[in-house]
Design a protein around this ligand. Sequence first.
Ligand SMILES: Nc1ncnc2c1ncn2[C@@H]1O[C@H](COP(=O)(O)OP(=O)(O)OP(=O)(O)O)[C@@H](O)[C@H]1O
Ligand SMILES: [Mg+2]
Length: 336
Amino acid sequence: MKKEILKLRDFKVYFPVKAGVFNRTVGHVMAVDGVDLDIYRGEVLGLAGESGCGKTTLGKAILRLVEPTNGKVTYVSKENDETELTSLEKKDMDPFRKKLQIVFQDPHSSLNPSFTIFGSLQDPLKKFGVNSKEERRKIIGDLLEAVNMRREYMDRYPHEFSGGQRQRIGIVRALCLDPELIVCDEAVSALDVSIQAQVLQLLMQLKKDNNLTYLFITHDLSVTEYLCDRIAVMYLGRIVELCDSEDLYKNTLHPYSEALISAIPVADLDKKTKRIVLEGDVPSPVNPPKGCPFHPRCPKAKDICKTEVPTLKKYSTNGNEHYASCHLIDLPEISK
Ligand SMILES: Nc1ncnc2c1ncn2[C@@H]1O[C@H](COP(=O)(O)OP(=O)(O)OP(=O)(O)O)[C@@H](O)[C@H]1O
Ligand SMILES: [Mg+2]
């Protein structure tokens, strides 16, 4: 039986756009625009989509590193107690920050260049009551070894490491407080393929050893296929498709996901289906197109797509729940 760890309802994050001498708000970047999503305990949920579609903002806003504009995030404990994180005072977020961690997209930004690794990583441990320095050194050293690095590395500075090593230090930072859920924001995207495979394997091993849940953010759908239990595809701040990982590739329902999947490089040329080239860039989240936000780039768009906004509806493929928001889906809708 699947149990939720986080529930997002009508979740929105808007950034004000300021202009003029008086610095007045002239519009909003609708980075996340009404997301409903359940994350289940123990799963790896992929969050995919092109650059700028709101993945990082969503991940950060769940942890209140960016303040959400609207909607709720509810945390469900192992004992089934529910806490609405979005209504907590910032200081009351601390116990939940311990349970919910993030590996940042840019590992530079999470490490202070003037501190050694131990210097940076010991602060959260101190904050949550690990008072003995010996104990803090042991926790950090053990975790460094768990990510295949030497414990002595804790006394080095961030610039002394390669990108892949820094990314692994980011993982150690996230693991320090023994969290329940980790938002992995493009945790491997900047790494070369062989190191990517190593770090992914490591993440999966750590998940098994520590009963973790991952929200795995990536723009690369070739990574998610074998890694994720379910995948949510985002476009312009909204989820346009959400289903079991296998179904996304085998029974794709949304033309946007179809285009993303067709762009995955395939080694076997015989297997390669025609690549769907998406024209143009992602439209501005300040002024999203009317109707279906994807219609100006959609190769299948019809008249209805220009005027009516599609909602995320529930279907069934291969016996599994499959959500998608497109007017052109030719399957019976299942009532929620
Ligand atoms: N602090 C901010 N102030 C204003 N706009 C922002 C801010 N952070 C993000 N945005 C805007 O919100 C939108 C979503 O950005 P976000 O970083 O969440 O995208 P992303 O999907 O993570 O992209 P990428 O794959 O490139 O990391 C973008 O249009 C971006 O310019
Ligand atoms: Mg991002």
